[in-house]
Design a binder for this molecule. Structure first.
Ligand SMILES: [Zn+2]
Length: 295
């Protein structure tokens, strides 16, 4: 069929499809925002919108991240949505802007929605190099190269990251402090070895704290560290379950102990009434219960 099209028909069709693609993208971003507002991913046993988009929509991590950051910027500045739809802004530009705004806000600066809209207009129809220069100039910010990972044949990963001056100095300080341990363990003091040492000791510490001192404001104070440890040993991840699909969240981040039946509803502190939830799901359950209580 496509082979039978004349050159001009082929071109005209492509343009129609591209316009359609832009409208679809705009609509996808609106849907992502609405799913975020309704917190639907929590209901479906995902601890974050990011995980939901990867698992349910088969996006890669970076594709999901780009769409989430574009959707959030579009929410703050609705004009961005119209520019995406008209093709004056593309997803790479929007996520570049979103990333830079976050970077700027990390320094304590406030970037107003008016300023965001001004920059979005300034980068309209620019290529990525011009976009980066304009964003950098408008926000008075040195743009970092995005982090890149390349997985090698043996599954080792070549990583390209930018550290701030302070982060790099701290890393070098860690290397000097850990040099004797590293030399005795594997005879090399490369930055990769330092990062390996730091990450493994962080994870080791984290496991210790999760099993002994993790507390939630809603956990009963009489819950002994021993009970908490036992429950976490039995289920070392979030047990939130989607009632429809039966999917379990399984997140191991920010774990808390929850009373299945809340204390205000007569729930006791017996092990059978206790479960492990991630903070996102514990808060979600609490919000839902609060609504029931208000009815
Ligand atoms: Zn969870």
């Amino acid at each position: 069929m496509i082979k039978k099209l004349s050159d001009s028909e082929l071109e005209a069709n492509l343009k129609i499809l591209v316009a359609h693609e832009r409208r679809t993208l705009h609509s996808i971003l609106e849907h992502i925002n609405e799913i975020d507002v309704r917190k639907l991913y929590l209901e479906k046993a995902y601890s974050s919108l990011y995980d939901y988009l990867i698992q349910e929509c088969s996006y890669s991590g970076s594709a999901a991240m780009r769409r989430i950051s574009a959707a959030r910027l579009m929410k703050a500045v609705p004009e961005v949505g119209a520019q995406i739809e008209s093709g004056h802004l593309n997803l790479s530009q929007v996520s570049e802007l979103s990333r830079a705004i976050k970077e700027k806000e990390k320094t304590g600066a406030v970037v107003s929605n008016i300023q965001k809209a001004d920059i979005a207009r300034a980068i309209s129809q620019k290529n990525i190099g011009q976009t980066q220069r304009e964003i950098s100039r408008s926000l008075d910010l040195e743009l970092k190269a995005p982090e890149k990972t390349f997985v090698q044949k043996d599954e080792s990963v070549h990583l390209q990251i930018t550290l701030s001056k302070e982060q790099y100095q701290q890393l070098l300080e860690c290397r000097d402090e850990a040099a004797s341990i590293l030399l005795s363990e594997n005879g090399d003091v490369s930055l990769a070895s330092v990062i390996g040492l730091l990450t493994s000791s962080f994870l080791h510490e984290k496991k210790k704290t999760v099993s002994t001192t993790e507390t939630s404001p809603r956990e009963n104070k009489t819950l002994t560290p021993k009970t908490r440890r036992n429950i976490l040993k039995k289920n070392p991840c979030c047990q939130f379950k989607d009632p429809v699909t039966g999917k379990i969240c399984g997140s191991t981040f920010n774990l808390e102990i929850d009373h299945r039946r809340s204390q205000w509803a007569g729930g006791n502190h017996h092990v059978d009434n206790l479960q492990v939830l991630c903070r996102a799901h514990n808060n979600h359950k609490y919000r839902k219960e609060s609504m029931v209580r208000l009815l």
